[in-house]
Write a protein that binds this ligand. Structure first.
Ligand SMILES: [Mn+2]
Length: 242
């Protein structure tokens, strides 16, 4: 029996891109309501500065999560590098579970590891250093004590810095490091890894310690939507959605 899970990531939903919000609503109402579980593997929204933010313009996104919950689909959300401040308050309000990165579970009878993917980009040392600080619970607690307007301003300036840094970096630094991928899979004893973040969708098969293993990369939601599903034969398929 195939279990009916769907996987998405890197939607980067923002009021500035209302057409993608509409596409997400369509995805929820036409596709995701028929699934048992929807996994959102990070960068669901463009940025998140705390659950006390009203997130003006994102109301239809959260209303869609409400409809999905009412339809009986479980929602599991992993933090990405943009929305790691999504907290338990928001999770309770919209009935989703926050899952760790990495997260291991059985899908269609085979164990798989889910990640956002930024932890695999170890060639980008500056980013990994930033990540360690940004994910420190102490720094997050202090940040969340700041008034909203200040948090907004800091987030904006961080996004500016990140965009500048990204455009200055060679493209291969922004992709996963194959050795890190292999070490991560070997350590977990896993033959299937599913992640997003790099915005380079694809299914990569390679050999690891004499076994055939698979790394599936989810796509972003900039031009089109897309999701990963498990077909009746147990095979994973990346599906475009527009
Ligand atoms: Mn990301």
């Amino acid at each position: 029996m195939t279990e009916n899970s769907l996987f998405i990531s890197d939607l980067h939903l923002a009021p500035e891109r209302p057409e993608m919000i509409r596409l997400f609503e369509k995805f929820i109402d036409d596709v995701a309501v028929h699934a048992d579980t929807l996994y959102i593997l990070g960068d669901f929204v463009e940025y998140w500065i705390g659950d006390d933010d009203k997130a003006a313009g994102l109301e239809p996104v959260f209303a869609a999560l409400d409809r999905l919950h009412q339809a009986g689909t479980m929602i599991r959300l992993m933090h990405g590098n943009r929305d790691f401040l999504i907290g338990q308050k928001l999770a309770r309000r919209y009935h989703f579970d926050i899952i760790d990165d990495p997260y291991i579970d059985n899908f269609s009878d085979q164990p798989a590891m889910l990640m956002h993917g930024d932890l695999l980009c170890t060639d980008d040392i500056a980013y990994q250093n930033y990540r360690r600080k940004a994910r420190s619970k102490t720094i997050q607690r202090i940040f969340l004590l700041l008034p909203l307007f200040l948090r907004e301003r800091i987030a904006q300036s961080l996004r500016g810095t990140s965009e500048k840094a990204t455009s200055d970096k060679p493209a291969d630094i922004m992709d996963v490091n194959q050795q890190t991928v292999e070490e991560t899979m070997r350590k977990a004893g896993i033959n299937l890894l599913i992640h997003g973040h790099t915005h380079k969708p694809g299914i990569h098969e390679f050999e690891l310690d004499g076994k055939k293993v698979t790394r599936i990369v989810l796509g972003d939601w900039y031009k089109d939507g897309n999701y990963l599903r498990i077909n009746d034969d147990g095979k994973f398929e990346l599906v475009k959605f527009s």
